[in-house]
Structure formats: structure tokens, C-alpha cells
Design a protein around this ligand. Structure first.
Ligand code: TTP
Ligand code: MG
Ligand code: MG
Length: 450
């Protein structure tokens, strides 16, 4: 079947997977126009796959009446769009947009509340399907992963490019959603490629074209260049990656530190990061974005407490504990601060997570106003090793026992049944939103995995 392998001009049909020995615009076998051709097509093996309009696609799958309608998934306390299907996007609806704006842009949209459990389940199915292609799958979020298919050609009897196209077909047939594939020689460009022609895209960026392709792109294409950093670069007169390509490494590093080093390499299409299959959860965390910005302990502490309890509940559910407590803050200018503290023993207790988080938080009260607060634990281990009875501080053991009792009550009567002094009543005063069930985790961040 694969006579075309190694012939640089050849491609294949994404619908029937047949090699295309000539340059015709349609498949010689099935007539489909969905052909992929690229001189490096059969040499490249690093892929990034990202599902299209993931939450919305799952909802459409489960309710065929929505198929041709604009669908927005979102809502909850913060009232923002989680995602919108591509029909709604034509009307300008975007992720993270306030719901009222989205409905102004697309009044006929059907709005659906997120069902995180369902999306997590589908996400796991997608991941399992990816793992059929190669053991080297590195999940990035609920709907995307990097895959390295090097050395899998013998196993599959076809080159990675065709394996990936077959995967897309299988995803559509068996799970009922679509994805876009980016194929390249490095992670950076594989991710760029998967984003290139969504939905149902299949884009290839080869080594030979990387430099010229990147030259025309805006700096924001580079990983880690967010709005704030792009503004810094803009102030320095740098807008395109092409401009970075002309700058010396030392100069970039002098100006922007370690980020300068990254800019230097990525602008030239150099990215040595390998795909690392890590199926284990790296951290368990919870975070919330406020309706307004807060800078005082009084406002932040109850939120920290509620989030610590959420993290603790998740750890307990998963039978995990963590040794490092991580505090995350996002200031009102969108800068992210993370602070860590390693504990002597791993914990899964809300109380310990909270008190450690509190110490970290105190140091960040410097007049900065925050729009987001998160707390989590990393360095995970089995819960069996957690919170040994403390010979010196018997109180902590008592606390552990008390927490066990509170958990049991909550299991029985629901989360609202027991409130601690820190969180009690805050939700009703319209102060910081108490992270409740509708506080959707930022699933795009590897921080949040459970
Ligand atoms: P994305 O992959 O970024 O977006 P998407 O799959 O909806 O759309 P596409 O990839 O085709 O551009 O995110 C995956 C899911 O994560 C998304 O379906 C909903 C959720 N999400 C949020 O909850 N908030 C956000 O701001 C974003 C971007 C995504
Ligand atoms: Mg997606
Ligand atoms: Mg994604």
C-alpha cells in the first residue's frame, strides 16, 4: 500500500488513506478533496492533537438536534464561555468571553452548562485511543496531547502521518467528535500546526520551511509570550518572529533573561523538548477567578480555605497525597506568581494545605490586587504515606481525625453540611465567590489534572 513512502512529492487522502501518486486536486480513488501533501510528510513523527471545540463537540454528539445550531458551553457564577462550537464562533463567540457578550453576538445560541465529569470521561477515552498509536503520549490538557510516533512504522505498517489520519477517522467514528492534527519535527511547531486549520485540520510544518514560515508570524505565536510580554516586546519595537530571528542570542538574553533564550531558539524553529509519557497526575489543585480584584488577607483567606478543602477532597478521592504545597496568584495585570513550600511529610489534609498556603500568601500581600487564587499540591504519592501521627504535635493528629469526621459528614450530607470558620457565610455576602461546583477548573493548565 505504501509505495509512496520516501517519495517526497507524494501524499495521501485523509478519507480513504490511499497514497496519491500525482498532483491531482482530488483523490484518485474516492474523489475526496481532503488530501495531504508535503515533501517531509513521511519523515516527520512528532504530532500534536487537539480536539475541536471539545466541550461543545461532546454536547453535540449527545444531542444530534444541536448539530447545525450554534452551541455555547459555559455559564456558572462567573458567567463566561468555556467554549463555543464553530458555528457560534462565526458570529464572534470565543472562550472566556462573558456570557452576556456572547449572547449579544449570537442571540440564537443554545447555552449548555458544563458537565465536567462527562468531558473528563471523553477526554480519557481520547487519550486511551492516542495511546494505541504510541506509548509516547504527553497529555497537555483534557483535549490535547503531544505524541511521538518515532519507530512505530513497523508496528502500524504505515508511516506516522497516515497513522494520525487514521486516528482522526477513528475518533470521529468511535467517539463522535473531531480533532485537528499538527505534524512537525518539534513540539513547538507541532502545536502551532494543529492550531493552523481547525476544525478537522491536518497541517504539516517541515524543517525546511520552518524558518521562513516563522518569520511572518507574530511573536504571540511563541509559547510563553502572552499579552503582557507581547506588550513589552512591542514597546521594544518587536512584533514579528522574523525580527527575533535577526537578533543575537546574547542581546535577547540581556534584555529578557531566560525568556530571551527561549525567544532566540524558538524563533529559529529550534525546540529540543522531548515528548515524555507521563500518565501520572503531577499535581492536584483548585483555583478560582474573582468577580473583582482582591489584595487583602481578609478577602483572600476564606477563598484559600475553601480551595484547600477542595484540593483535599480531590486528593482523598484519588487516594493521593502531596509533599509540596503550591500557591498560585494572578495579579490584575495578568502576571502569574507561583510559590512553593515543601513539607516534611506528604499531606492530604485541608488544614495543612491551608496553613502552608497561608504562610505563602502572607508574603504576597504587598498592595498587589489579585484576580485569581489557586492552591494545590505536587510531588504526589500514595495516601498511605501521608500525615503520619505527629509525635511532637499531637494536635495535628487530632486535626486529622477531626477532618476525617468532617469528610464523613460531607459524604453523607453534601458539601454544605459542614462549614469551617473561615468559609462560613462568605458566599452569601457577595464577597469572593466561594468556589462551588460551578467553578470550572482551568482545564487547559497541566496544573489541574483531576
Ligand atoms: P481548547 O482546546 O483550547 O478549545 P476547544 O477544544 O474548545 O476549541 P479548539 O481547540 O477547536 O479551538 O480547550 C479545550 C476545552 O477546555 C474547551 O472545550 C473548554 C475548556 N476551556 C475552558 O473552559 N476555558 C477556556 O478559556 C478555554 C480556552 C477552554
Ligand atoms: Mg481543543
Ligand atoms: Mg486544547
Amino acid at each position: 500500500m505504501h509505495t509512496a513512502v520516501n517519495d517526497p512529492e507524494h501524499g495521501f487522502c485523509r478519507d480513504c488513506l490511499t497514497p496519491q501518486p500525482n498532483a491531482a486536486p482530488r483523490c484518485a480513488r474516492c474523489g475526496s478533496p481532503r488530501l495531504v501533501r508535503h515533501p517531509e510528510l513521511y519523515r516527520l513523527h512528532l504530532a500534536h492533537i487537539d480536539c475541536d471545540a471539545f466541550y461543545a463537540a461532546v454536547e453535540k454528539r449527545d444531542n444530534p438536534a444541536l448539530k447545525d445550531r450554534p452551541v455555547i458551553v459555559g455559564g456558572g457564577k462567573r458567567g463566561v464561555v468555556s467554549t463555543a462550537c464553530y458555528i457560534a464562533r462565526i458570529n464572534g463567540v470565543r472562550s472566556a468571553m462573558p456570557m452576556f457578550k456572547a449572547l449579544e453576538a449570537c442571540p440564537e445560541a443554545v447555552v449548555i452548562k458544563p458537565d465536567m465529569e462527562k468531558y473528563a470521561r471523553v477526554g480519557r477515552e481520547v487519550r486511551a485511543m492516542m495511546q494505541d498509536l504510541t506509548p509516547l503520549v504527553e497529555p497537555i490538557s483534557i483535549d490535547e496531547a503531544f505524541l511521538d510516533l518515532a519507530g512505530t512504522e513497523r508496528l502500524h505498517g504505515m508511516p506516522p502521518a497516515i497513522v494520525l489520519a487514521r486516528f482522526e477517522k477513528r475518533l470521529e467514528r468511535e467517539i463522535g467528535i473531531t480533532a485537528s492534527v499538527g505534524l512537525s519535527y518539534c513540539k513547538f511547531l507541532a502545536k502551532v500546526a494543529s492550531d493552523f486549520r481547525k476544525p478537522r485540520g491536518f497541517s504539516v510544518i517541515g524543517e525546511a520551511e520552518a524558518h521562513d514560515f516563522l518569520a511572518m508570524q507574530p511573536v504571540t505565536l511563541i509559547w510563553g509570550v502572552g499579552k503582557a510580554f507581547a506588550a513589552t516586546l512591542e514597546r521594544d519595537g518587536i512584533r514579528t518572529i522574523g525580527q527575533l530571528q535577526k537578533m543575537e542570542q546574547a542581546e535577547l538574553m540581556r534584555r529578557y533573561g531566560s525568556m530571551g533564550n527561549r525567544l532566540y531558539h524558538l524563533s529559529r524553529g529550534r525546540d529540543e523538548r522531548v515528548v515524555s509519557a507521563d500518565r501520572d497526575t503531577k499535581s492536584v489543585s483548585a483555583e478560582t477567578t474573582f468577580d473583582q480584584d482582591f489584595g487583602k488577607m481578609d478577602d483572600l483567606v476564606p477563598v484559600l480555605r475553601a480551595l484547600s478543602e477542595k484540593v483535599s477532597a480531590r486528593l482523598k478521592k484519588a487516594g493521593l497525597a502531596g509533599r509540596t504545597v503550591v500557591l498560585k496568584l494572578k495579579s490584575n495585570d495578568f502576571r502569574i506568581r507561583t510559590r512553593n513550600r515543601q513539607l516534611e511529610d506528604p499531606t492530604r489534609l485541608a488544614d495543612r494545605i491551608f496553613s502552608t498556603g497561608l504562610e505563602l500568601l502572607r508574603r504576597e500581600i504587598d498592595g498587589t490586587k489579585y484576580r485569581l487564587l489557586g492552591i494545590g499540591v505536587s510531588d504526589l504519592c500514595d495516601a498511605g504515606k501521608a500525615d503520619p501521627p505527629d509525635l511532637v504535635d499531637t494536635r495535628s493528629h487530632k486535626r486529622a481525625l477531626a477532618e476525617g469526621a468532617i469528610d464523613a459528614l460531607r459524604d453523607k450530607f453534601g458539601r454544605g453540611a459542614v462549614e469551617t470558620g473561615y468559609t462560613f457565610g462568605r458566599g452569601h455576602r457577595g464577597k469572593p465567590a466561594r468556589p462551588g461546583e460551578d467553578d470550572e477548573p482551568d482545564v487547559r493548565h497541566p496544573w489541574e489534572r483531576i
